[in-house]
Write a protein that binds this ligand. Structure first.
Ligand SMILES: [Zn+2]
Length: 227
């Protein structure tokens, strides 16, 4: 799964407004971000000939980032990291925030389970599982689009925060990027695919950071002009 993971970022953001959305964007994709680095270093292995219409990437050897045990360890590490975060800026409710960040990391494995076709290991490189929605490009793309849309709606329209600026544009942008990964050209090898995804993950988090900043400034300016 690609952009659908961000639905969890939005839902958790609604539950804990003190968590910056860009932190949650990085957390829900942490498994893939480390996967991109490991693919580049040759620690984990994948190929771009999955034969599945929904995703060209087949996970050959992913014991660290995409096994159930690996994802639980990464989630626990995130909880610890967030708990001892050096910055004082996010210290309020730190227990709750760090737990939610851990849940955000683990949600990646759960959502990947729906779409991947028997290439997600339980432990090490063994006992591979996956319900295989990637066997349909249309249904996997539709599921991701709906998940993301619902997540965005839950966050933006059930809070009275006025941070809706550019949301629809961002949603459509994410859909276009996702459509390109499904129906666009296949990356010639896994390192190029990993580089593209790595740039996407950082870029999406950066856009979210900027959107939150613009939203906050606009709310602040509106508040001042209402006085
Ligand atoms: Zn993944």
């Amino acid at each position: 799964m690609f952009i659908g993971h961000y639905s969890v970022s939005y839902v958790i953001k609604k539950k804990e407004l003190g968590l910056p959305l860009w932190h949650l964007f990085l957390a829900t994709q942490l498994m893939d971000i480390i996967w991109c680095i490991f693919i580049f270093w040759g620690i984990e292995k994948a190929d771009t000939n999955s034969g599945l219409p929904g995703s060209h990437i087949h996970l050959e050897y992913m014991p660290y980032t995409h096994s159930l045990i690996g994802s639980l360890i990464l989630s626990a590490l995130m909880v610890v990291f967030y708990r001892i975060l050096p910055s004082n800026k996010y210290k309020a409710n730190l227990n709750r925030k760090s737990l939610l960040m851990g849940i955000a990391v683990f949600s990646h494995w759960v959502l990947d389970l729906i779409v991947h076709y028997k290439d997600l290991p339980i432990i090490g490189n063994s006992f591979k599982v996956g319900f295989g929605l990637y066997s349909s490009a249309f249904w996997s793309f539709t599921l991701e689009s709906i998940l993301l849309g619902v997540g965005m709606l839950i966050y933006y329209y059930s809070t009275n925060l006025k941070k809706k600026y550019g949301t629809l544009t961002f949603y459509l942008f994410l859909l276009i990027i996702n459509a390109n990964t499904v129906w666009g050209p296949v990356a010639p090898n896994e390192k190029i695919a990993a580089t593209f995804l790595f740039i996407c993950y950082l870029l999406f988090a950066l856009i979210t950071l900027l959107m939150e900043k613009v939203g906050k400034n606009k709310v602040a300016n509106n508040d001042i002009s209402n006085f």
